[in-house]
Design a binder for this molecule. Structure first.
Ligand code: ADP
Ligand code: GLC
Length: 482
């Protein structure tokens, strides 16, 4: 029997993306389809989304979704069904999905994403004629009110739900005063409901209300039981015990494949690695870096504390001193941007950056760089190291979360067994990161070892096959389906 699942997300490629969540939500329908799951995705109607839909049909409407009129539009996400909550006062604005053009979070985010959760819960509950679902799958705090609204709905039995944590650092925490405006029954204000430290916790409410919890790697599923990673929710996660699953993200081979990637000057496979050289030269030109045979490090990242960019700033002189060069693409914290500009000014021709968001350039960097740096303090899964593996751009990563689960450190045993795919280091500090850079540059100098690492990474299966199956199995178990 085909299982009908509603995937509730605040971003999904190819329509709207700020980070890895979009890659995952966009890939999930294809990932679970071979395992008997028909997935419909529901997104907020940001301008980019409604524009892509064109003249879509409204299949439902709300007179008041937390006080705002809204319509439900039907369209397509790739070849899969898409639903869009079109409420111009909430979602149709210039800027990003969560913040204005200056990067400040929208002041009414609680209302925007409570309304989105409310709409999704209504759809999951059968409010729209002809749409029936067996399970709802909510991603991150922006979708987390959906399981809560489903659980506290006045009528009927709610279908089961899954809540996935892509990042525990973002929880959607608001003051107690919003509770009265959420339209929930008074008994939802409880320690196992939406109440959290005297306010309203969206992610907390979702985690308490869902039938099962997943996060995006087995190591992060363990780490979030610890206060350093659980960010206040470690107790809740520990209490849920074996209802917390770690399912690692895959990558979409239609989008990330060096053999077919249209963004690359030269496509290649693990058999034709020599062809990468042309991409490296092109990347050096694009970044105005000195041409050379020495290692070209790349980094594609949000510029935040999570990603360890402050420590990257500390190791840049060391990296350059050993003959390395660095090309970085990122946007975020202005202080980190300023630090990077200063490093580029100190090392003209050796360090260069692009501030901003550029999907095509991110492909060219994976296809031309020698090694990708991912010094994250915590990383629920991480996708750039997976793209690096697939593209023969050797990942140099902190040993945490999904980075620890996907990169095999080039220790002697792994090198001898031809299992090594990258370099990992413990603790995001200057000494450990600098030592990892030293080690990487030494490995790069051993041509046969380096090539073997590239090939092993490229041949590793990071497709959605296994994880798609794992999600489908979980859905079936929760829905009581055969
Ligand atoms: P996170 O979601 O925490 O930012 P991930 O590694 O899971 O980290 O996913 C980041 C995604 O966003 C990847 O697809 C990466 O290539 C992309 N990305 C991050 N920063 C940029 C940027 N400045 N330009 C283009 N793509 C970026
Ligand atoms: C979050 C995490 C990242 C993960 C992504 C997709 O943005 O920070 O580690 O890969 O979600 O699950």
């Amino acid at each position: 029997m085909t299982l009908r699942v509603l995937s509730i997300a605040s971003e999904a490629v190819p329509l709207i993306k700020t980070g890895g969540l979009a890659d995952v939500a966009g890939a999930l329908p294809d990932a679970v389809a071979p395992h008997g799951v028909a997935m419909t995705t529901i997104l907020p109607g940001y301008p980019a989304v409604t524009k892509a839909l064109g003249k879509a049909k409204a299949i439902h409407q709300w007179d008041s979704l937390l006080g705002e009129p809204a319509r439900l539009l039907a369209g397509k996400l790739g070849s899969h069904p898409l639903l869009v909550v079109d409420s111009p006062n909430l979602f149709s604005r210039d800027g990003g999905p969560y913040a204005d053009l200056a990067g400040r979070d929208w002041g009414d985010n609680w209302r925007r994403f409570a309304a989105f959760g409310r709409a999704a819960a209504d759809v999951a509950g059968g409010a729209v004629k002809g749409l029936v679902f067996d399970l709802a799958h909510a991603h991150d705090w922006q979708a987390a009110m959906a399981p809560a609204y489903m659980r506290f709905a006045p009528a009927g039995t709610a279908i089961p739900s899954v809540m996935t944590i892509h990042n525990m650092a973002f929880q959607g925490y608001y003051g107690a005063d919003i509770f009265a405006l959420l339209g929930l029954p008074s008994w939802a204000w409880a320690i196992d409901g939406v109440e959290y430290h005297g306010g309203v916790g969206f992610l907390k409410a979702g985690l308490e209300s869902a039938s099962a919890i997943t996060t995006v790697s087995p190591t992060y599923a363990r780490e979030i039981r610890d206060p350093a990673f659980g960010m206040g929710l470690e107790g809740l996660i520990t209490t849920k015990g074996d209802r917390v699953h770690g399912i690692v993200n895959g990558i979409d081979p239609a989008v990330w494949n060096p053999e077919t990637d249209q963004h690359l000057l030269q496509t290649y496979s693990w058999r034709s690695l020599a062809r990468r050289a042309a991409n490296k030269r092109a990347l050096e030109r694009e970044f105005h870096l000195e041409q050379g045979d020495g290692p070209l490090f790349v980094c594609v990242t949000r510029l935040t504390w999570q990603k360890g960019i402050d420590v990257l700033l500390e190791v840049i002189d060391h990296l350059v001193g050993l003959g390395g060069r660095l090309a970085l693409l990122g946007a975020g914290d202005p202080a980190l941007e300023a630090g990077l500009h200063a490093a580029a000014a100190r090392h003209p021709g050796r360090v260069s950056l692009r501030i901003g968001y550029d999907e095509a350039l991110s492909h060219r960097m994976q296809g031309g760089g020698d090694a990708i740096l991912v010094p994250s303090r915590f990383e629920p899964c991480g996708l750039t190291q997976l793209y690096g593996l697939a593209y023969g751009c050797v990942p140099v990563v902190a040993h945490t979360g999904g980075l620890a689960d996907t990169v095999v450190d080039a220790n002697l045993a792994a090198i001898n067994g031809q299992a090594a795919t990258g370099v990992t280091f413990h603790g995001v500090t200057y000494p450990s990161f600098a030592a990892a850079i030293t080690r990487t540059i030494a490995l790069y100098g051993q041509c046969d070892v380096w090539t073997q690492m590239q090939r092993t990474g490229m041949k590793t299966d990071f497709s959605w096959k296994r994880s798609g199956q794992a999600y489908a199995a979980l859905y079936r178990q929760l829905a009581g389906a055969e």
